[in-house]
Design a protein around this ligand. Structure first.
Ligand SMILES: NC(=O)c1ccc[n+]([C@@H]2O[C@H](COP(=O)([O-])OP(=O)(O)OC[C@H]3O[C@@H](n4cnc5c(N)ncnc54)[C@H](O)[C@@H]3O)[C@@H](O)[C@H]2O)c1
Length: 236
């Protein structure tokens, strides 16, 4: 299971996704990050990376997670923590990083301020039930935003859901992963690392050093590749 490798979670899910999601969001919206109130739902490695990148750019970051360890980690990292519904009233930008379906309630949507924007981080575009959201609103305005060079990969569909009270809530690319929709995906170093883990794990199976079948990446291999990667960053 490459996805469970400690190294992959650290480098790709946390640092890689953190950077590329915020880059995708900025490409898609041109909204200013400093000073905005951003909420990250889900504080796994991906959510933690997004929260950290947003804060480094000057956002005021809030975090919701169902897991008490993850909430504690977020609080110790210096973020405001609370149940998602209670944070949404003070949320300009919402990033969905739980990987779970239907995490935003009708009450949560009702609490979002005018001009809030919602973007997806998790693998499936199901964290917000768009069908239900559509059934609750007065109108839906759609537009595709082009970058100056018109490149397709930096275009994200914007759908603005006009609430009965006039508040406008914009959903980017139907909450598909915004780093893949409007940025180039994860940084090349993170992708190289994932492919290295795959190739080296397959080599273990091919040479009989590991049995075929689903299994964890051996810790020695994970550590060895971590050491090689670290060495590339330790050069003066
Ligand atoms: N965009 C990308 O390039 C990219 C890359 C890697 C992984 N992912 C995806 O991102 C998602 C998150 O990955 P991860 O490694 O951080 O996962 P994770 O499972 O470690 O973290 C998810 C967190 O969400 C919390 N959570 C679950 N339901 C919740 C709810 N209703 N409200 C609040 N919190 C809730 C969980 O307690 C957990 O802490 C997954 O879907 C993963 O496949 C995306």
């Amino acid at each position: 299971m490459i996805n469970d490798s400690y190294l992959k979670l650290l480098v790709e899910n946390r640092w890689g996704v953190g950077q590329s999601v915020v880059q995708g969001f900025m490409n898609a919206t041109n909204r200013m990050i400093p000073g905005t109130r951003a909420t990250v739902a889900g504080y796994g490695p991906c959510g933690r990376g997004v929260a950290q990148t947003l804060r480094q750019l000057g956002a005021r970051v809030q975090v919701a997670d169902l897991d008490p360890y993850r909430r504690l980690e977020a609080a110790l990292d210096g973020h405001r923590v609370g149940p998602l519904d209670t944070l949404l009233g003070s949320t300009d930008l919402l990033f969905l990083a739980t990987g779970q379906p239907d995490v935003v309630s009708d009450e949560g949507i009702a609490a979002l301020p005018d001009n809030a924007v919602i973007a997806g981080v998790g693998h499936f575009p199901w964290e917000l039930d768009l069908g239900r959201l559509k059934s609750l609103v007065k109108a839906v305005d759609g537009s595709a935003r082009q970058t100056a060079d018109g490149s397709a990969r930096q275009t994200a569909e914007h759908e603005t859901y006009v609430q009965p009270d006039g508040r406008r809530i914009t959903v980017l690319a139907q909450t598909r992963m915004i780093n893949l929709v409007s940025a180039g995906g994860n940084p090349i170093e993170a992708m190289d690392l994932g492919l290295t883990l795959q190739a080296r794990s397959l080599a273990l199976v091919a040479t009989g050093a590991a049995l075929p079948g689903v299994q964890a990446v051996p810790q020695e291999l994970d550590r060895e590749i971590a050491g090689t990667f670290a060495a590339t960053l330790e050069r003066s």
